[in-house]
Design a binder for this molecule. Structure first.
Ligand code: AMP
Length: 285
């Protein structure tokens, strides 16, 4: 296990009063990415693969709320209780609460190891807030990776998904079953089905996704940041496609390959072998 895996993301998960157990390594050119895609498309898995290889921090807004859920109700602010109620219903957390959550965690956007933002922005309004925050910090995004998958496959993925209650590793009843039923392969703790992965919440979430993210995707496309990636196949296949698409972007942006940079050690020749997607010009979101 390397130092990256030991980072507990405390500042992100618990807010600015908490400190991360490990300060990420300073990278010459850290990666700053946003991942988009409907629920169940595998963003969480790709975020973990990307953060392991890039040394960046996995900033998941869903994880912020799941972490809050494990705390005693009396320790929760009114805003957090309202957010958790939305999450239980499968609806989006109100914008004002989301902005508060992100503003409080702005230091994570400045992290010297970079970041992979997963679950935010989900609406055009959130994208505009993020754009402003990044501009204030004089930071720019490398890409907005948009994972794409047909609807039927999404529903099947979500209803079979099981998550470890301790280490948050993700399994699937048929596509990636754990060695022992109901038990995490990595830490042996129990697996559970997220409330929002139950069939009644899935439909609500997918409808909310469709209506709120179409304008957001167009916004990112207009900024030249959108990087579509087909999300079918195994996590490794999807990761390879993502790596190739990102590699192409940095070549396009700077005229030189990431393989000549410090962060380049993350890509193996095999990862770079297949073809990628779209390129852009690296504006802030
Ligand atoms: P996720 O793990 O990203 O699917 O998020 C789980 C739940 O957290 C969502 O279904 C929403 O209720 C809430 N949530 C996470 N991120 C956001 C966001 N950017 N805007 C609104 N609600 C969010």
């Amino acid at each position: 296990m390397n130092s990256r895996e030991l980072n507990d993301r405390a500042a992100w998960l618990r807010g600015p009063s908490a400190e991360c157990s490990v300060v990420p390594e300073r990278l010459e050119q850290p990666w700053r990415l946003v991942l988009l895609g409907p629920p169940g498309v595998g963003k969480g898995t790709q975020a973990r693969l990307l953060t392991q290889r890039l040394g960046a921090c996995h900033l998941s807004t869903g994880d912020v709320f799941r972490e809050a859920k494990t705390r005693n109700e009396r320790q929760q602010t009114l805003a957090m209780s309202a957010a958790l109620n939305s999450m239980r219903r499968g609806t989006l957390v109100p914008e004002a609460i989301m902005w508060q959550v992100i503003r409080e965690r702005a230091s994570c956007l400045r992290c010297q190891g970079g970041f992979v933002l997963d679950g935010f922005p989900r609406t055009l309004a959130q994208a505009k807030v993020l754009k402003l925050l990044l501009e204030n910090e004089r930071l720019s995004l490398d890409a907005v990776v948009n994972y794409e998958l047909p609807l039927a496959e999404i529903v099947s993925r979500l209803s079979g998904r099981r998550t470890c209650q301790s280490c948050k590793a993700i399994f699937h009843l048929t596509a990636q079953p754990p060695r022992t039923e109901g038990m995490c392969d990595l830490c042996c703790d129990a697996l559970y089905q997220r409330e929002d992965d139950r069939p009644e919440a899935i439909t609500v979430r997918l409808n909310a996704y469709q209506s709120s993210t179409a304008p957001l995707i167009q916004f990112c496309r207009n900024l030249g940041l959108l990087t579509p990636v087909v999300a079918s196949g195994s996590p490794e296949e999807i990761f390879r496609r993502t790596a190739t698409a990102l590699e192409k972007r940095r070549k396009f942006d700077s005229g030189s390959s990431v393989t000549s940079r410090k962060s380049a050690r993350v890509w193996s020749p095999e990862m770079l072998a297949c073809c990628g997607n779209e390129s852009g010009n690296g504006n802030n979101i």
